[in-house]
Design a protein around this ligand. Structure first.
Ligand code: PMP
Length: 389
């Protein structure tokens, strides 16, 4: 049977991890994989997470199955965190736990495909590479619209609006809630408002990929546009991840929120989501979600977590300012948000930077800002300045 299988192209970033591990140059810098790093280059378990895990081990008295919603306390608390109390508790909001943001996205695309096979999913160019297989796996078509302009390192908003002019009613627009991967480019609040008006005018359904809540400008500020969309449109979907903001990456912690318009539609959405999830993973993994629930429901642990989140965010935004101050061509990096920026460098330059300067980044020039540190910044700045186009 297996003779018929073709080899898939290996993931470029995973290959990069191996090359980096095999590189013994002491000044090497890893700007590849998208994880938060501290100034020592480490990704430690958060203090709030460690404390909550201890409580979990102590208090958990059964590992029997939970229902299709997963950990309902976790789902309720993340819905309130992302959407605020009113939207989170609306009778028209379907909420369930998923294996990370990936699971939430996959489930959302399956739901959309079930609802309408010919809905097109509009994605900005570029977007997170995994969006494409997630959309295609559900059998949906994706279409690109202009988004990032490498000449200005900013969003080409006029180009984006012009391209979306040909979207038809019922199409889906995939938006990053904050901290765009890979560009870090951010919408102004008036651009968010214009985008909402476009969705209203053209009958577009937003799917908001909210994977970096709190890592941009803070929990409230990052959530504001997401809430505005959910509040002001009849239907909206939010794919939420706790893997970055709680540093739980491998524990696969996420939830999906779907807003519908009538009781009958809400019930249908819920039953579709439960049925599809049952056929894909049956039930989501418990440990990370239970840990997040303990943090979010304890005022003390919640405030420890919020401080840890703020320090991650401040470190990233501080590094952004440092890059912008040292390299005038990259001044826009200070206004971007989240872990990533796309450097205006050619594919050849990416390779040369790796081979000659031991600086590792994704082939498209995406860097993880958190891979920079006070110690490696001079080597980065000095190496990169010769290659910027
Ligand atoms: N969306 C985006 C834009 C991401 O960058 C990521 C993680 N790289 C995800 C979703 C998925 O996150 P998770 O690890 O929770 O599946």
């Amino acid at each position: 049977q297996f003779r018929s299988l073709a080899q898939q192209t290996p993931d470029a970033l995973l290959g990069l991890i191996r090359l980096f591990q095999e590189d013994h140059r002491p000044h090497k810098i890893d700007l590849g994989v998208g994880i938060f790093r501290d100034d020592q280059g480490l990704t430690p378990v958060l203090g709030a997470v460690k404390a909550a895990e201890r409580i979990l081990v102590e208090q958990q008295d059964s590992k029997s199955y939970l229902g299709p919603v997963g950990d309902s306390g976790f789902v309720d608390l993340t819905a309130r965190l992302a959407l605020g109390d009113d939207l989170a508790t609306s009778p028209f909001l379907v909420r369930l736990q998923t294996p990370g943001g990936n699971g939430a996205l996959r489930l959302a695309f399956e739901l959309l495909a079930e609802a309408s096979k010919d809905a097109v999913v509009w994605v900005g160019s570029p977007t997170w590479v995994n969006h494409f297989p997630l959309i295609a796996s559900a059998g949906l078509e994706s279409r690109s619209h202009r988004f990032y302009d490498p000449a200005t390192l900013r969003i080409d908003f006029d180009g984006m609006m012009a391209d979306l002019g040909s979207a038809k009613s019922g199409d889906v627009i995939l938006l990053h809630g904050c901290c765009h991967n890979p560009s870090g480019a951010t919408f102004s609040s008036s651009e968010w408002t214009e985008l909402l008006a476009l969705c209203q005018r053209q009958g577009l359904l937003p799917l908001i990929d909210f994977a970096y809540h709190g890592l941009g400008d803070g929990l409230e500020a990052d959530a504001a546009p997401v809430r505005m969309f959910v509040e002001n449109l009849p239907e909206a979907i939010v794919a939420y991840s706790c893997d970055k903001n709680f540093g739980m990456y491998r524990d696969r912690v996420g939830s999906l929120f779907v807003k519908a318009t009538t009781h009958a539609e809400t019930d249908a959405v819920r039953s579709q989501l439960f049925g599809t999830a049952r056929a894909m993973w049956s039930m989501p993994p418990d440990h990370g979600a239970a840990t997040c629930r303990i943090i979010l429901s304890s005022p003390e642990l919640r405030s420890v977590w919020q401080e840890e989140l703020a320090s991650m965010r401040e470190r990233i935004n501080g590094l952004r300012k440092a890059v912008a101050n040292s390299l005038p061509q990259l001044s826009a990096v200070a206004n971007q948000r989240g872990l990533f920026s796309l450097l205006p460098v050619s594919k050849d330059a990416v390779q040369l930077l790796r081979e000659e300067r031991a600086i590792y980044m994704a082939p498209d020039g995406r860097i993880n800002i958190a891979g920079l540190s006070e110690a490696n910044m001079p080597h980065f700045v000095q190496s990169i300045s010769g290659y910027l186009s």
